[in-house]
Design a protein. Structure first.
Lengths: 378, 378
């Protein structure tokens, strides 16, 4: 193996794949990345057996070959090199790196010992807009629950139907749902659950990218692929296993109507809830109160140790039936989590009494909804 | 106690004094800050018994009084309030806070229980330039050693002589010294050792300030004071105990000459040393090598597990006597620490053989020197 690569390209690839290397402690080879040179492509791969990432770069190849090297050492070293060409050459399992006045040798391990990252057969793919897809994922990714008894709740639910993709998560206290649409219509509806970690990596790697992402699907694996701009060759691939199991039928939890609806400034509501949170004590409980004559909501909290807080936030209030007083308790952190995923300046907050699920959604964008259960009174 | 204060002023004060509140776990009252209102001044105080911070702000007073309240609750609450006037009123040990649509009560504890922060008698002070003083402190503050057997090494040595202030620290592996000058000439030389924590607070609080800082000194305490711009009244005071003991006579360690001197780019040297550090293994050892014919230094490191690195850095080399080959080992982290405290683009690196102390200093500024001992060969 002997080739020349630009520092910038090698560094970018290492930054992508490094995120998954070295996270599995039981199998030391997983601390390494696989470097392989074939034709005029360099390919870097890393895997933790659940999730694999592959990166390709165009290079000047003198000799093909492959080796694995410790990910951490290689990437911290390459990161410090000057912005220039780097020459790499494999001699007796040792990779020799030359760049300007630097000469370095890193000990490798045979490529044979590296686990095979599964491939997906078939050529059918769906094209997704990188930016919309990643933004949608980030609006739901936080609300999974890592519970071994209910593995199906530990990932993001993907539901492809005609030309819509619905993303959903729930940890049984709150639920988030985002609907995205894509251009082509698919022949057969399908769904799967993707581990939270894989979703986070998709967001990290693809959210800065422009254009389209290709999505391939098989029984147990999914693959997300981004192409090079210079040539129709993949630049980055993320291959992940899917979680076995049936996603719960959560649609019933989303309330179809509301008892009272408040349209509020998002930033102000966030601030009022945070302020109330300071006095909420160990239960994190804050109370939202509506009084028919008042054009806004009141927020209360109190705590025998430190004190109490009350504040009023103006807004447009609409009752579904005859106006009546209402007081609902929430974990203030759950309200904050929902608000932080809404990007519009105004939010709709819908309440359904002291036991019914409440909803937070952007004022105009109907594609996102966040449901939160009240704290039940004893 | 009843007064009105601008959120901005109260918030600034809380940010200053909060840093010292709540760090002493044995005495719960120290989690509180003392709020006291006298004439048209609000005074906030906090202490950990070693270090006290006081802040004053001009306010509209309706009634004088004092109380202590939990620092963390008050400051996180005030921080979230809108930028407006805040009304505070004490009723039965409870502080009532009103600001726009927020009404809050925070439980207090009697001011009688709060420890007295010592005062310094006398009116003699030395005026120091805030910016220069804080920059100088930050160039030495890191190199103390928190060793109970040698408490005198756990602080920064201040030595006032004529119109010079010398600041020094050493952890016995390296030593940093900075000389500052001030305008007036003092009558009697004096010196003391200030705890590292107090020095860090001085840097944090005063480094953003313009103009002069007043320094007062007594047997066991020192006081740093910054005045308000509106009126000649203190705005912030830091009162700290000094460390008992004699500072070691470190001057003998600073080499008076060198065997070889290299003038190098600071950024490049930093990068070369970091790169070598990756392959230095557990000892952190990197080797610096000088060869008479070469106009620069070579940097080596190797490690049986991961590999090895060598690089060459160009520079102007000057030998004191007849040129000879030299190889010196250092802990690479110590070299990095020294370089990070030099703000000039070029540094002077002076070596005194494999056992002699080496020096790093800015190329033109003679007021700073950093000494580092080599790793002794077995």
């Amino acid at each position: 193996m002997k080739f020349t690569v630009l520092k910038e390209n090698l560094n970018q690839g290492l930054n992508f794949i490094n995120r998954v290397a070295g996270k599995n402690l039981t199998l030391p080879i997983l601390n390494n990345i696989l470097i392989s040179v074939e034709k005029n492509f360099l390919n870097l791969s890393a895997t933790d057996l659940e999730l694999g990432i592959k990166y390709w770069s165009l290079i000047k190849t003198e000799k093909e070959g492959k080796i694995t090297v410790p990910a951490k050492i290689l990437s911290s070293f390459i990161n410090l090199l000057p912005e220039d060409k780097i020459n790499l050459e494999l001699k007796n399992q040792i990779i020799n790196i030359n760049c300007q006045d630097y000469q370095t040798k890193i000990k490798g391990l045979s490529a044979e010992e590296f686990p095979i990252i599964p491939k997906i057969e078939g050529s059918n793919f769906i094209e997704l807009n990188c930016n919309n897809f990643c933004n949608g994922l980030s609006q739901v990714v936080d609300f999974v629950v890592l519970n071994q008894n209910r593995p199906e709740l530990s990932g993001v639910y993907f539901n492809f139907k005609k030309n819509n993709l619905t993303l959903a998560t729930t940890d049984s206290f709150r639920l988030a749902e985002k609907v995205l649409s894509f251009e082509e219509k698919i022949n057969q509806d399908f769904s799967f659950i993707l581990p939270q970690k894989s979703v986070r990596e998709i967001i990290n790697i693809f959210s800065e990218k422009e254009g389209k992402l290709r999505f391939y699907f098989s029984q147990n694996q999914v693959l997300f692929e981004y192409l090079m701009t210079e040539t129709p060759h993949p630049q980055v691939q993320i291959i992940s296993r899917v979680i076995e199991g049936e996603y719960p039928d959560y649609q019933g939890i989303i309330p179809k109507k509301y008892e009272v609806q408040a349209v509020l400034s998002k930033e102000k509501l966030l601030n009022h809830i945070k302020t109330a949170g300071i006095f909420s004590g160990k239960t994190n409980e804050v109370k939202i109160k509506l009084t028919p004559q008042k054009e806004g909501i009141e927020i209360f909290s109190q705590n025998s140790e430190s004190g109490e807080n009350q504040s009023f936030l103006q807004g447009q209030i609409k009752y579904n039936s005859s106006p009546k007083e209402m007081e609902v308790s929430f974990n203030y952190r759950f309200i904050i989590d929902g608000l932080l995923n809404i990007k519009e300046p105004e939010v709709i907050f819908e309440l359904n009494g002291e036991d019914g699920p409440a909803a937070l959604k952007p004022k105009t964008d109907t594609s996102y909804i966040y449901i939160v259960m009240p704290i039940k009174s004893i």
